[in-house]
Design a protein around this ligand. Structure first.
Ligand SMILES: [Zn+2]
Length: 478
């Protein structure tokens, strides 16, 4: 499999450090609100990498964090653009989870668990397979403290005046390689968390651990440096190193996490281990909705739940994403979603029809082409194009089309065989047709396939369709 590596600025062959096992770390949600469709595009990227790796026979070990503490409103340094391009407005320095807890009048962890559950529901609706681990930042504080201690002993971190701990950006020569932001070019006024501490040695140093002021009573922990909470970047370094080790094959996230989140994470992890921890950084591009960046203030934030409200299958969102490559900026519209919904319904209907035709092996060339496009830096638009061509191809037997679509759904995740066996709704079937169905059951029990097919023709001549399911025949209007 080849993927675009942000650090190398090139498409590279992904060769896992351990042959046959792909270790992936995916930046997960900050659980203070529902994930929007832009977030889902990023989460889907990880799922596609995983499915492609599994298709080629690799095992995948996937860890995705749940940020339930420490993600401040201005942590991106860019005015608060979170995962996937949402603009939250110029942020303050409040913890997002605590701010939402105050808004909703609930406890911080109450809020966090509520939105974490919503996140899992959204993933399931989009057929995104669950990760092996979903570490919650609030439950890995010890690992973060150990990481910070290691960075202090190796001279990459120092304590400020109030008990915050800072990473010394200038202590890492590789800083800026991921994002192209060189330390010399960063504006001194550039907003970084913890920037008010007078003990901070350099404007681009960032807080690994943040001192908690007297008003903060939730999500605080005691450490050798005082009472506080972890920085968002610290969390991902600590949890990825603990759960995946010091060689991570692929690290994914939205493109707006490249700086400062991933740049800082790379500096921390590499300095703590004295090696290049992440072998490949892979980023999903921005998503626009109806031509605009989604934002709370513009009121155009779209959630997975909004799909159902419009009568759209949530998986039409998945198909719409597949029709665009992950690293192209994409403009999603209701029209695109409706078209994807229509395609999905049509494909499922066809697959159910083809399932009734004589069985045939999958079309090898089509399977290979689609798999090759997935492996070629997730060229999903071309993979979808191959499926459209196969749908129309009159030289391929219907039974073969069924097998091909069903097999490739392991990569696509579109539930294409969902309607197979569902043709029959309970309906009044005339006695004459019922009789043919019974005779066909007997013919099949006798393994007389010729008689079985002839009876099906007679049934179909009377305007009915019969299909074979694990529970026996089902019959309904054709
Ligand atoms: Zn992260």
């Amino acid at each position: 499999m080849r993927l675009h590596d942000t650090w190398r600025k090139d498409i590279v062959e992904i060769v896992p450090a351990t042959p046959g096992v792909l270790r992936i770390y995916a930046c997960g949600p900050t659980v203070y609100r529902d994930a929007h469709v832009g977030n889902m595009r990023t989460f889907l990227l990880t799922d596609l990498i995983r499915r492609t790796a599994q298709w080629s026979g690799m095992q995948v070990r996937l860890v995705q964090n749940i940020t339930d503490v420490g993600h401040m409103a201005d942590d991106t340094g860019l005015g608060g653009a979170g995962l996937g391009g949402i603009d939250e407005g110029q942020g303050d320095t409040e913890d997002r989870v605590l701010r939402q807890a105050a808004v909703e009048g609930r406890g911080a962890l109450d809020i966090a668990r509520h939105y974490e559950a919503a996140f899992h529901r959204d993933l399931a609706a989009l057929n995104i397979h669950p990760a092996d681990d979903y570490p919650r930042a609030s439950e890995w504080i010890d690992a973060m403290v150990r990481l910070i201690e290691r960075l202090m002993t190796t001279g990459h971190a120092y304590v400020g005046t109030d008990g915050s701990v800072f990473f010394d950006a200038r202590s890492y020569a590789g800083y800026g390689e991921l994002s192209g932001n060189r330390l010399d070019d960063l504006r001194p006024g550039h907003r970084f968390e913890g920037s008010t501490d007078p003990a901070k040695r350099f404007h681009a140093d960032w807080a690994l651990w943040k001192h908690a002021g007297p008003t903060r009573t939730q999500l605080v922990w005691d450490t050798p440096w005082g009472r506080g909470f972890p920085g968002w970047h610290t969390e991902c370094s600590a949890m990825s190193l603990e759960l995946l080790g010091d060689s991570i094959d692929v690290h994914t996230g939205g493109i707006d996490l490249r700086f400062p989140h991933h740049e800082d994470e790379r500096a921390q992890s590499n300095c703590a281990t004295d090696r290049e921890v992440v072998r490949h950084w892979v980023h999903a591009e921005h998503l626009l909705f109806e031509g605009r960046k989604m934002s709370k203030s513009a009121g155009n934030v779209v959630l997975v739940a909004d799909m159902a409200g419009r009568g759209l299958d949530p998986l039409s969102l998945r198909l719409a994403f597949l029709q665009h490559r992950y690293r192209q900026q994409m403009n999603l519209t209701w029209q695109v979603l409706q078209a994807a919904h229509d395609t999905l319904q049509r494909w499922r209907g066809r697959v159910a029809d083809w399932a009734n035709e004589p069985s045939a092996a999958a079309s090898g060339p089509h399977v290979e082409q689609v798999a090759a496009h997935f492996a070629d830096d997730l060229d999903t638009p071309r993979a979808i194009q191959v499926l459209r061509e196969l749908e129309r191809d009159t030289t391929v037997a219907a039974g073969s089309k069924f097998e091909t679509f069903a097999m490739l759904d392991r990569l696509l995740g579109l539930d294409l065989a969902r309607d197979v066996g569902r043709v029959a709704r309970p309906v009044d079937v005339p006695a004459e047709v019922r009789d043919l169905v019974d005779r066909r059951a007997q013919a099949r029990a006798d393994k007389d396939w010729k008689a079985s097919d002839a009876l099906r023709d007679q049934i179909s001549a009377r305007g009915y369709a019969v299909i074979d399911t694990p529970d026996g025949q089902q019959v309904g209007p054709a």
